[in-house]
Design a protein around this ligand. Structure first.
Ligand SMILES: *Cc1c(COP(=O)(O)O)cnc(C)c1O
Length: 373
């Protein structure tokens, strides 16, 4: 068996030719392709507005800024995520307040959220971890009862749906990532979905310096003066990246079906072998972004998997145990025991649509072998 990387992208000739068209055009940034991607993504999500940006981190940051969350405010979120989630809260000048996760999917535990609400709380920021959606109805009810905003970190969950609720449907905004290993990718990239025209306009201004006109319209036709009305950031994406995403979005459901098939096979094999895992949830449409097994002696198992030519990842060592968060906020081991228990044991296995059946079997065999040693 050759090496099985943790992830291989699905960029095909059609995507490459769409990018070539942009490269042969005059403006390499915003001349319509990004707008076209945004419209297609709005349709796919059935959401009113999508604003493309250069990362999910930027999407989270801008969501907070657009909702006027900053200095002195608290945002309730999960320690079981990539550091980007709570870092965005820090970027906005606010304070992340962690709530432990439930043990089944590793998502923020809605039953513990209300106890963390203080007069300073402005928003709840859940993550749909590994592609399995948080109970958004429960969180929306809590948010409404306390007049809080709800921002979804949907970096793992473009395709998700739960209890008839689509990702992005109940959140004031939802934030998506097109980073290199995500379900659709432009290397780097992100997007924000929202429901009102006012919010969309604010987000568009904030992604480009707070300017009243974007770069493309600055160059179209007769000269127009622009103004700066907010202090914004430089978070816009380019047509080169958007051109890569359009075709992947068209094919996302077919590729999701293959991800689901692989996740089912892993689940079946690990049920038989008695290996604990967090795979695609039953009874909801999981985006099947990551398939994570929970094992003792995790680091030894990773070394053995690597020695067998298999790429794996750790998603995640909990955020509150990183040096920065420990030093600055005094977080310690034991603060969020469920997140820590997942964090100590988690290994994400290769899961991508181009993965062949024999590769899936090889990974299963290697894992069982490593655990039996
Ligand atoms: C990848 C990821 C992000 C950050 O996305 P970028 O596009 O790299 O900024 C945020 N949250 C989660 C859960 C992620 O996995």
């Amino acid at each position: 068996m050759e090496k099985i990387e943790f992830f291989r992208h699905n960029i095909d000739e059609e995507d490459i030719s769409r990018v070539s068209d942009v490269l042969r055009s005059i403006f390499l940034t915003n001349a319509g392709v990004t707008k076209s991607f945004e419209e297609k993504f709005e349709k796919y999500l059935s959401v009113e507005h999508v604003i493309a940006v250069n990362s999910c981190t930027a999407a989270l940051h801008l969501s907070l800024l657009a909702l006027d969350i900053g200095e002195g405010d608290e945002v309730i979120t999960t320690p079981m995520s990539f550091i980007a989630t709570s870092n965005a809260v820090l970027h906005a000048g606010a304070t992340p307040v962690f709530v432990d996760v439930e043990p089944v999917y590793g998502n923020i535990d809605p039953s513990q959220v209300e106890a963390a609400i203080t007069p300073k709380t402005k928003a709840i920021l859940p993550v749909h971890l590994y592609g399995n959606m948080v109970d958004m109805r429960a969180l929306r009810t809590i948010a409404d009862r306390h007049a809080l905003y709800l921002i979804e970190d949907a970096a793992h969950c473009i395709e998700g749906e739960r209890d008839g609720v689509r990702v992005g449907e109940l959140g004031d905004t939802a934030c998506f990532s097109f980073y290199a290993t995500k379900n659709i990718t432009s290397g780097e990239g992100g997007a924000i979905s929202c429901h009102t025209e006012e919010m969309a306009e604010k987000l568009k201004r904030l992604r480009l310096h707070g300017m009243s006109k974007d770069a493309a319209s600055r160059h179209g036709g007769s000269y127009k003066h622009w103004d700066m009305v907010d202090l914004g950031w430089k978070y816009n994406t380019t047509d080169i990246q958007s051109a890569l995403l359009i075709g992947q979005l068209e094919k996302i459901e077919d590729r999701h079906a293959r991800r689901y098939q692989i996740a089912r096979r892993y689940a079946e094999a690990f049920d038989n072998a008695g290996i604990e895992y967090i795979g695609a949830a039953e009874g909801m449409k999981s985006a099947c972004h990551l398939f994570t097994v929970l094992v003792e002696e995790r680091d030894r198992v990773i070394t053995e998997m690597n020695a067998n030519g298999i790429g794996v990842a750790v998603n995640y060592n909990p955020i509150h145990l990183t040096s920065y968060y420990r030093d600055r906020y005094g977080y310690k081991e034991g603060g969020f025991p469920v997140a820590e228990s997942i964090g100590r044991r988690t290994i994400s296995l290769p899961l991508f649509p181009l993965m062949r059946d024999d590769e899936v079997e090889y990974v299963i065999k290697a894992l069982i072998g490593a655990l039996n040693r």
